[in-house]
Design a protein around this ligand. Sequence first.
Ligand SMILES: CC(=O)N[C@H]1[C@@H](OP(=O)(O)OP(=O)(O)OC[C@H]2O[C@@H](n3ccc(=O)[nH]c3=O)[C@H](O)[C@@H]2O)O[C@H](CO)[C@@H](O)[C@@H]1O
Ligand SMILES: C=C(OP(=O)(O)O)C(=O)O
Length: 422
Amino acid sequence: MDKFFVRGGSELNGTVNVSGSKNSSLPILAATLLTDEPCIIRRVPDVSDANYMVQILQNLGAHVERSSGIVRVEAEKIHPNAPYDLVRRMRASICVMGPLVARLGQASVSLPGGCVIGDRPVDLHLRGLKGIGAKVEVEGGNMLIDASEGLVGDRVNLRGKHGPTVLGTDNLMMAAVLAKGTTVIEGAAAEPEVADLADFLNKMGAKIEGAGTTTIVIEGVEKLHGAEHTVIPDRIEAGTYMVAGALAGGKVTVNRANAEHLGAVIDVLRECGHGVEVDGERITVTRNPNGTGADITTAPYPGFPTDMQAQMSALFAITPGLSVVTDTIFPERFMHIAEMARMGGDFKKGNGNVVIKGVGADGLSAAPVMASDLRASAALVLAALAADGETEINRVYHIDRGYEHIDEKLQTLGAQIHRVRV
Ligand SMILES: CC(=O)N[C@H]1[C@@H](OP(=O)(O)OP(=O)(O)OC[C@H]2O[C@@H](n3ccc(=O)[nH]c3=O)[C@H](O)[C@@H]2O)O[C@H](CO)[C@@H](O)[C@@H]1O
Ligand SMILES: C=C(OP(=O)(O)O)C(=O)O
């Protein structure tokens, strides 16, 4: 298990290129199962989750070639079984369910694993598929879906008690593209990654309107064909480097980003007094040493993303004054707090929130810490950049799930971070 050693205190300056979005790439790769013709997906990040999705497709029978960021998939002959050994490591494995049911009329997919960020049920995924006529059973930890009599479009509301579901919307959209008639998804997730998947499906011949809003209309078609697509920039990776600029800059520019997707993060950084300038696909963050904290509450897009709250908490940990971070989507997603407290952070955990008393730019000090999930690990790297001394971060395989070469990218900005392969 690799480790990072991060020596804090270096000012970050320069430009970092944003990779393609992990959370777009995963469902888009799964969507290639919907056709027997070749598909080419560009700008797939070199992260372990994307590599893992490639393995899942290969295990389902697809022929996959990968050369740097370009993945070619030809799913001529596939089977419908994704057992536990295949899907346990990654939540997004669940997105093969919609394509398998649509193409083969059946699927057996084990309940997936994923980040330890609290309760992650699958009821809305199953509600979606039932809503368009599939028969669903959960047996021995497997979701058994039968649509041998065909899927039939209908009106389905996917909103759950914590709001819309991103991958649940993806799954229903991918199943409905080959259903008879029209499906209307109400309470759909409006995240840019859902819109990106719909763009790819439309290139394959699907008829989808409204993706990127809370109502999506899908007119079923007989067959999809092969297509080429370039995934959107990773807004969470971009946001993470922007927070790095606010916490340890200097001046940090994220290049190849989409500022439209980052409105909520930009607003919070500006509210805290940090400089944010947008110039096309370049976003530059200039640290304000007198910056303040803020109160943030996560919300579905275009609200503040839950996938950015841990990183923002790292910034607030060193920002004098009180900040309150509330996560309405994953109220238990605060594993990073205990580890940052070991570095001298001052936190009071409440129910679904944390009150952070910023200890100042010199207030954190190095300690051995443990990465617990993807964004928590990013928060620990950020905290370490500001801490006095050398922080040892263990279990960085979590960060490698979703950040392409984060150690090398931070080094180009002047950070003292190195990986030890264990
Ligand atoms: C690979 C990927 O894209 N992962 C993202 C996706 O995860 P994912 O799609 O799994 O997250 P969801 O949008 O489904 O989860 C939102 C909320 O709905 C709840 N829920 C979800 C499904 C369900 O069947 N029943 C149910 O109650 C969840 O527990 C959570 O409280 O969106 C999350 C919310 O933006 C992000 O944090 C993840 O990074
Ligand atoms: C939680 C995340 O991923 P996943 O849904 O795959 O666990 C994430 O990308 O922050």
